[in-house]
Design a protein around this ligand. Structure first.
Ligand code: CU
Length: 322
């Protein structure tokens, strides 16, 4: 009886979306995965040409390097999946990364509903977790893991939860947000194809928080999802607890490299008071309001040159008020 509800739910949702009642494993094989192929162009334009730039961002593929993410039937209050290995059998051995063998991240296609959870592995290779899919919608689920003996991978799969869908507009870019009584501010902006420093600063009741607790081996864990295709980006913390230089707040710094211009949603998980909180930001990489585009290595000539003296009225250059 446990599977019937969920199965029926999937069938309804999939029929609505795809006009078919394929099993979910079938449908996910058809997930659109090609679009991101060209995203490396932005990185190339900046002069970067390492192998990272030539590879797809994470999360766009349901199957990569022989490993495939396969959701399995589960009760409605549970999410379950397997990773099929190169031999077709469920993978049962994983390395620990960021304190866990498996990180499951979910978000709706409109970038709402973000959750980052840690499923339990059964001996047969099935991962299970209380469902993080909080209501109806088109969800993307990302499995971030390292199979023992293999490379780290992030595979992604679409999951439909049927019901009334209310598309949420992406919140406007902002440099400050509040969550659970905390205020988190963001300094720095991602630049396509290069590593950028992003610093998130946590305060509460106007006071800086200086006793953040380690979470997943860091004082913060940052995931970025690209609007449009939900490309998934690891954003690595700059420094780890106990390294002699990294303080437990109020500032947590990350090194981010986004593969293209565009809008991204950032999700910062941090722990304080024994609880994990998630602060979200929308950021725009590339075309900034002041029109400053990333330039290739070397110094590009400035279009405006030195300002003429003599007080001639040239109007207001650019768009900003800075
Ligand atoms: Cu995790």
């Amino acid at each position: 009886m446990r599977t019937v509800t969920r199965l029926a739910g999937f069938a309804v949702g999939l029929a609505a979306v795809f006009g078919t009642t394929y099993g979910i494993g079938r449908v996910v094989d058809r997930a659109p995965v090609v679009e991101g192929r060209h995203d490396g162009d932005a990185a190339h334009a900046t002069g970067e040409h390492d192998e990272t730039a030539d590879r797809l961002p994470g999360g766009l593929l349901v199957s990569d390097r022989g490993y495939t993410l396969e959701p399995v039937d589960a009760p409605a209050d549970e999410f379950a999946f397997r990773i099929a290995g190169p031999d077709g059998q469920p993978v049962t051995r994983y390395d620990v990364a960021h304190d866990k063998q498996m990180h499951l991240i979910v978000a709706r296609r409109d970038l709402s509903g973000f959750r980052h959870v840690h499923p339990e592995l059964a001996p047969d290779g099935t991962w299970r977790v209380d469902t993080p899919l909080a209501g109806p919608g088109q969800w993307r689920a990302f499995a971030d893991f390292t199979p023992t003996g293999g490379e780290s991978l992030t595979l992604g799969v679409d999951v439909t939860v049927p019901g009334e869908l209310t598309e949420r507009p992406l919140p406007a870019p902002a440099t400050s947000t509040t969550v659970d009584g905390y205020t988190v501010t963001l300094t720095g902006a991602p630049q396509p194809g290069r590593t950028s420093s992003l610093t998130l600063t946590v305060s509460r009741d106007g006071q800086p928080v200086t006793d953040l607790e380690p979470y997943l081996g860091a004082y913060g864990h940052l995931v970025a999802l690209r609007r449009g295709d939900l490309a998934y980006l690891h954003v690595h913390p700059d420094g780890t607890p106990g390294d002699g230089r990294t303080r437990p707040g109020p500032a947590v710094t990350f090194l981010a490299e986004v593969p293209s211009a565009g809008s991204y949603r950032l999700y910062l998980d941090f722990q304080h008071g024994g609880r994990v909180h998630t602060a979200e930001f929308t950021v725009v990489a590339g075309a900034t309001p002041t029109g400053v585009a990333p330039t290739p290595t070397g110094v590009a000539p400035t279009p405006s040159g030195p300002a003429p003296t003599g007080g001639a009225d040239h109007g207001t250059p650019g768009h900003g008020h800075n």
